[in-house]
Write a protein that binds this ligand. Structure first.
Ligand code: DX5
Ligand code: ZN
Length: 225
């Protein structure tokens, strides 16, 4: 099993948007490693969220890296905007990028870390020929579009397959899991080989974000020890 560090990335989709800067500061003080920001366009996914101006506001509220998850079509047209707005990692969907290699190069040419997300039905092989270009693969454990959905267990073998393939090739690759992750199921996820853990409602629906983040970290670490 790889020794990539376990990172907790709260998804602000479940935060109180009326107090967004305070919410971002609360997870920062609470020990989060990344801030996960969900961008949806109402086309690739059946929901519409936020764009570059809000990312700028989040950028101003924290020193943490911004993990920007683009659930949008025509991502190539937007890479510069999200890079300028303060994204550190830019994640595009394999299903939405017909020229995935080119899109990844565009992200890297802006000095940003490139990631590719795979929907639950998309095989690990979709990133086979670009794996060495990526900082991270995001394995979706819900169908993207909404927070608060139930974790799909069927993606666990995909996490393990990606981890084994990265190790086999000697790649330094983070594997992120997004959707339905909570303190009571993080163990199977880190045991499968994931090391970057997104949780939206699993953190923001609790009273003490810091305590929940610490518990996620404790259970996640214990399961892969
Ligand atoms: C879903 C988003 C997720 C979502 C996770 O399309 O990509 O990041 O906010 O929320 P939870 O953890 O509540 O499933
Ligand atoms: Zn997400």
């Amino acid at each position: 099993m790889s020794a990539r560090p376990l990172l907790i990335a709260p998804s602000i989709l479940s935060a109180d948007f009326g107090r967004l800067a305070d919410e971002v500061r609360a997870i920062t003080v609470g020990g989060a490693d990344y801030v996960h920001v969900d961008v949806m366009d109402g086309h690739f996914v059946p929901n519409l969220t936020i764009g570059p101006p809000v990312i700028r506001a989040v950028r101003a509220a924290t020193h943490l890296p911004l993990d920007v998850h683009l659930m949008i079509e025509q991502a190539d047209r937007w890479i510069d905007e999200y890079a300028d707005a303060g994204a550190d990692l830019i994640c595009v969907h394999a299903e939405a990028c017909p020229h995935l290699h080119r899109t990844i190069q565009a992200i890297r040419s802006r000095g940003k870390r490139a990631a590719v997300a795979l929907n639950p039905a998309t095989p690990a092989g979709a990133v086979d020929y670009v794996l060495d270009q990526l900082a991270m693969v995001l394995v979706m454990s819900v169908n993207p579009g909404f927070g608060g959905q139930a974790f799909i267990d069927g993606v666990l073998p995909k996490i393990t397959a990606l981890r084994q393939e990265a190790d086999r090739r000697g790649l330094v690759l983070d594997i992120e899991v997004d959707g339905g992750v909570k303190v009571d199921n993080i163990d199977v996820i880190t045991r499968a080989g994931a090391n970057v853990i997104v949780s939206g409602s699993g953190i923001f629906a609790t009273k003490d974000y810091g305590q929940t983040i610490a518990e996620l970290r404790r259970r996640g670490e214990a399961a892969r020890a």
